[in-house]
Design a protein around this ligand. Structure first.
Ligand SMILES: [Zn+2]
Length: 350
């Protein structure tokens, strides 16, 4: 009896004095994915129970409106929202085994529950889209000795295409020559052909001649001034586009940018690892920033800044064919390792 009182007290103390409210629930369901977004009173604590075809997420101390939504002919058969005595339950029922991810978003406080289904046929990463930055009327950064970013990245992209093709991957380029391609068209192209992976290649530039090294970005909010500045420069090309696209200012509000986040981070890490192993230039790490060219790509997507053309030493190397080829070889190795990791991971969970 004393033990029971103890457990009761522990439970009571761990809950807030006043019940918290689930203020809103949004959900969407497609053939391969479901998403539930809960708008909450405050930073949520949650507990998860996963069965083969059911995911239960408990929010202790919360209450909200009971609801059951059914999805006929869908891989997610229903979503149940139930106010229980000590918690609020979100239950997602599926017709097939699934994978999930849960993450929080701030301002307002939200909890996002994603359910994924992958077809056996999509286990392997097959179609790779290489995006050489800039081109045509947009030279990109102009570097030491007058070298242009658009020329360097195209050469690296063409080498990369050959390396990846040798690995049996289906490779596409957003441009194969010195032409101008709007950012939005690059994304549309990748989605149209059903890219499994998207890699944008760029050169960095800095007011400081000393800045050097390579870094890889995935799409998320920038965490420092340098990352913000890099995104500002790479995004500035939209001014040259005709007609000028009206990009949403609330880019982070678009939850679609969180799609393939984990995979994009893994890809960025593997690319940095491989580049670090074979280039003499410094590893500046994996970073995040809001790049328009990565937004809306329905695949793992990264942007690699292969080096600073504003640095005299690095610019000299970047214009050399063997160095361009070496960069492409390292990136290719990183992509191949990524495809293996994804295949192994999916085989484990299916
Ligand atoms: Zn660029």
């Amino acid at each position: 009896m004393r033990k029971n009182i103890g457990i009761f007290l522990l439970l009571a103390l761990s809950l807030p004095l006043f019940s918290l409210e689930v203020k809103g629930v949004r959900y969407s369901c497609s053939s391969s994915k479901a998403r539930v977004v809960l708008t909450l009173d405050s930073y949520p604590y949650y507990r998860v129970e996963k069965e083969e075809k059911t995911l239960k997420v408990y929010l202790p101390g919360y209450e909200g409106e009971d609801k059951k939504i059914t999805f006929p002919n869908s891989l997610v058969s229903s979503i149940r929202l139930v106010s229980q005595p000590v918690s609020f339950l979100v239950e997602v029922n599926t017709t097939r085994p699934f994978q999930y991810q849960i993450f929080r978003l701030g301002s307002p406080e939200r909890l996002v529950i994603d359910i994924f289904f992958r077809n056996l046929s999509s286990i392997n990463i097959r179609k790779v889209v290489i995006d050489p930055g800039h081109g045509g009327k947009d030279p990109g950064a102009i570097g030491w000795g007058g070298i242009k970013e658009k020329d360097i990245v195209l050469k690296v992209a063409l080498y990369l295409r050959n390396f990846l093709a040798q690995e049996g991957l289906e490779v596409y380029l957003t441009r194969r020559s010195d032409v101008f391609v709007p950012l939005k068209k690059r994304v549309e192209f990748a989605n149209k052909i059903g890219a499994d992976l998207f890699i944008s290649i760029h050169c960095n530039s800095s007011l400081s001649r000393r800045a050097c090294g390579f870094e890889t970005y995935y799409l998320s909010e920038a965490l420092d001034d340098h990352a913000r500045a890099v995104a500002r420069v790479e995004n500035s090309v939209v001014k040259l586009e005709n007609p000028v696209e009206k990009w949403k200012l609330t880019i982070l509000e678009d939850l679609s940018l969180l799609e393939f986040r984990k995979e994009s981070i893994l890809l960025a890490q593997l690319l940095q690892e491989k580049l670090d192993a074979c280039l003499p230039t410094p590893n500046r790490g994996v970073k995040s920033a809001l790049f328009y060219v990565l937004k809306g790509v329905h695949a793992p997507a990264v942007l690699v800044e292969i080096g600073f053309i504003s640095n005299p030493w690095e610019a000299r190397m970047l214009r050399k064919s063997y160095f361009q080829r070496e960069i492409a070889r390292c990136i290719s190795e990183g992509i191949v390792k990524f495809t293996w990791k994804i295949a192994l991971r999916e085989n484990e969970t299916l």
